[in-house]
Structure formats: C-alpha cells, structure tokens
Design a protein around this ligand. Structure first.
Ligand SMILES: C[C@](O)(CO)[C@H](O)COP(=O)(O)OP(=O)(O)OC[C@H]1O[C@@H](n2ccc(N)nc2=O)[C@H](O)[C@@H]1O
Ligand SMILES: Nc1ncnc2c1ncn2[C@@H]1O[C@H](COP(=O)(O)OP(=O)(O)OP(=O)(O)O)[C@@H](O)[C@H]1O
Length: 364
C-alpha cells in the first residue's frame, strides 16, 4: 500500500526582508497563506534491515535517484531525518508528481517535504511529536514549517518561526506562472546588493528602514487577529466561532459568510480587507521586476482596471509566480483570461483554510 498526499502551495501576503544575520540568512516577516494548487507526493514505506530511500519525479528540475542527486531533494532529506529521529530503519520510495512550478516562489519543494513526512508517518504508523516535526522542518528549509500549520500563518525569524493566525478567508485566487525560475538565494543576494550600507564591506540592507518594515508587517498580522476577534475566536486554532470562514463580496464590499449572511459592522471586520489596507508589500518585487520587467505587466494584468479590480496582487516569495485575490469567481476568471491572453499561464484556485488543508491533504 502507498500513501498519496496533496502537497499544497503557499503565497506570501506581504514579505518584509531585513538585513543579513550572522548566519547568512535574512530576518523577515511574512504572512503565509496556503492555496488549493498542489503537487502529489506518494510514499511507500516498510521497516527493513537496511535503510534505502529512492525518489522518482516527473519533472527534470526535481533532484531524484535516477540523476544521482536525490539527497538534495527536500522530501528525501525530510524522510531521512525523520527516520533517524524515529529510530527506524526502512525502505522508502517517494514519487513526486510535480504540477507546481519549480523555483516559482510557491514553496512547492518545501511543501513536498512536509507531504513526505505525513505520508511516511502514516505508512509506518509512527507519529513524531509536533515540536519535533517543527524542528525537523526548520532544518530542511525556512519555508517548510508553515506547511505543518496550513491556512493563514505568520512567519518571522528567517521565516521558519511560525504562528497560526485565524484564517483570512476563502477568496478566489489566480496564480500566474511565468516560464522563468528565480533562485531564492540569488534574490536575497540581489536585495543586499541593492541596499549596501555605507562603509560596510559586505552589502547589507539598511537595517533601520527595513526593520521598521518588518515590524509594520508583524503589526499587520495584529489586524487579522483584531478582525477575527470580532468575527469569531482568536486562538489561532479554530477558524471562527461561527464555524464559517469569511469570503469577500464585490456588491457589498464587506464580509459575507458562505451562507450569504453579512458580518456586522461591514468592511472593517473582514480580516483580508483589513490586512490589505495596512499596505502590505513584497520587498522582492523591486529586484525581481527589474530583472524580469514583463512580470510587472503580469502584475498589472492580475490587478485589472477599476471595473474588475483585484483585492490584492503581488509576487509570491521571490517569484517568479504572481497571484491576485478577487472579490468574486467572475472577477478571478476575467483576470485569468487577461494573463493568459498575454501568453502567460494562469491557474484559478482559492485560498485554503486550515481545516480544509488538513481535511483534503490525504488523497483517496
Ligand atoms: C523567499 C521565501 O520563499 C519567502 O516565503 C522564503 O524565505 C524562502 O525559503 P526557502 O526556499 O525555504 O529558503 P531556504 O532553503 O531556507 O534558503 C535558501 C537560501 O535563501 C537565502 N535565505 C533564505 C531565507 C532567509 N530568511 N534568508 C535568506 O537569506 C539563503 O541564501 C539560503 O541559502
Ligand atoms: N522536492 C523538490 N521539488 C522541487 N525542487 C526541489 C525539491 N527539492 C529540492 N529542490 C531544488 O530546490 C530548488 C527550488 O525549489 P522550489 O520549487 O521549492 O522553489 P520555490 O518554489 O522558489 O520555493 P520557495 O518559495 O520556498 O523559495 C529547485 O531548483 C531544485 O533544484
């Protein structure tokens, strides 16, 4: 028997990058949001006298056994580390059915690692404690721990320190996937080069300005909490006390529940709108757009005009994927068509709340 796991992508709702730290990573603050697009990771595992982990994939950009570089794969690394922590020797086969872009800024490789861990635990009937999972995930990559929480997640530190936020909602989302890859490592280096601090040998971001932006984005997450405090509970584990997740509406401009019922008090109480109104931005846009100017046009297409405007559009992570969030399915479809008309692939999906993330993670 094998276990097939959906490996959902993320977008970044704002990403503020600070100066490099002594360990070479950059301090950052971001709000991660899982979305419905996904790869499939299939895990087969059985206890054995000797350890053997093999990996196949349907995309040539994915490190795998056939190419002799499986050990570089996030999913392979996660399974290897998890088996060591479990004290289990096993024969494991991983298959990655890649549907998300590689080097897309959608955290696809990071999500693959968590999907592999979930599949491995189910296959072996062994579950690591939550804190152990988070520690392992942070060792694999900065973007990995968020996928252990799902839904709307605050990320600080180098992005690996994660806190579940009450879900922002289920707004329709269009993801544009341009045919260029962006190296995350290079994007951080380009940001450093753009903001060299006077007098220093190594380039670094101007810390006072950038740290203020990090603080601002962390404060923006407080807007989410405040709104959810009104709309429901704010303990970060249950979406809303009403049991519903807010959606956004073009006609009314404020939150309505899936049953059509409006939240009292209007716009100010919709957490997604409240977050957008704090002025969230992705710091990578400046450097990535100057290298790939057509991405700026794609963002404009996602944003649309005043008659069918996006609630928000931005680069995800260090790109190259961009996303738009919309008030309605119709507005999202129009945006998808605008982007595809200009020759860039665009996929229609929606924000994925925490409950749905876990309920739909295991494929039949
Ligand atoms: C840009 C984001 O996608 C935003 O969500 C993430 O910060 C990237 O996370 P990730 O892909 O898991 O990144 P990692 O695998 O941890 O690091 C890849 C490389 O990116 C750089 N890196 C990453 C995260 C961070 N906070 N500072 C960095 O400088 C480092 O050079 C590192 O060697
Ligand atoms: N499971 C994996 N799937 C895809 N790429 C992987 C995987 N494991 C390691 N890699 C390597 O990592 C690089 C980037 O992978 P990924 O697709 O996760 O980038 P990304 O979407 O930009 O991620 P992030 O948003 O976390 O920066 C690839 O070039 C590839 O060599």
């Amino acid at each position: 028997m094998a276990t097939r796991v959906r490996s959902f992508a993320k977008i970044n709702l704002g990403l503020a990058v600070g100066p490099p730290r002594p360990d070479g990573f950059h301090a950052l603050s971001t709000i991660y949001q899982t979305i419905g697009l996904h790869d499939f990771v299939t895990v087969s595992a059985r206890q054995a006298a000797e350890m053997r982990i093999t990996l196949t994939a349907n995309h040539r950009g994915v490190p795998r056994t056939e190419n002799g570089d499986a050990e570089k794969n996030t999913a392979w690394r996660m399974v290897s580390a998890a088996l060591t922590r479990m004290g289990v020797t096993a024969e494991v086969h991983l298959d990655i059915d890649k549907r998300l872009p590689v080097q897309g800024g959608l955290g696809a490789g990071s999500a693959n690692a968590v999907a592999a861990l979930m599949g491995l635990e189910r296959e072996l009937g062994v579950a690591l404690p939550g804190a152990e999972r988070l520690r392992l995930a942070a060792e694999i990559g900065s973007d990995v721990p968020l996928f252990l929480l799902g839904g709307t997640v605050l990320g600080i530190g180098r992005g690996e320190e994660v806190y579940p936020l009450p879900d922002l909602g289920v707004a329709p989302c269009v993801v544009a996937t341009p045919g260029v890859g962006v190296s995350t490592k290079q994007a951080f280096a380009d940001l450093d080069a753009r903001y060299p601090s006077a007098g220093s040998v190594a380039p670094s971001l101007t810390s006072s300005v950038e740290n203020a932006r990090i603080t601002k984005l962390s404060c923006a997450s407080a807007a989410v909490w405040a709104c959810n405090g009104i709309a429901g509970n704010a303990n970060g584990t249950a979406p809303h006390s009403s049991g519903t997740t807010p959606t956004v509406s073009p006609e009314h401009g404020f939150g309505i529940s899936p049953s059509g019922e409006q939240f009292e008090g209007g716009l100010a109480e919709n957490p997604l709108l409240a977050l957008v109104r704090t002025g969230i931005e992705n710091d990578f846009e400046e450097v990535v757009f100057s290298q790939h100017p057509f991405l700026r046009s794609t963002k404009r297409e996602l944003l649309g005009s005043s008659s069918s405007q996006a609630l928000y559009a931005a680069l995800s992570g260090s790109g190259s994927a961009l996303f738009g969030l919309y008030f309605s399915q119709a507005a999202a479809r129009e945006a998808q068509q605008r982007v595809e008309h200009s020759g860039t692939r665009a996929l229609l999906t929606e924000m994925l709340d925490r409950q749905t993330y876990f309920d739909t993670m295991f494929a039949e």
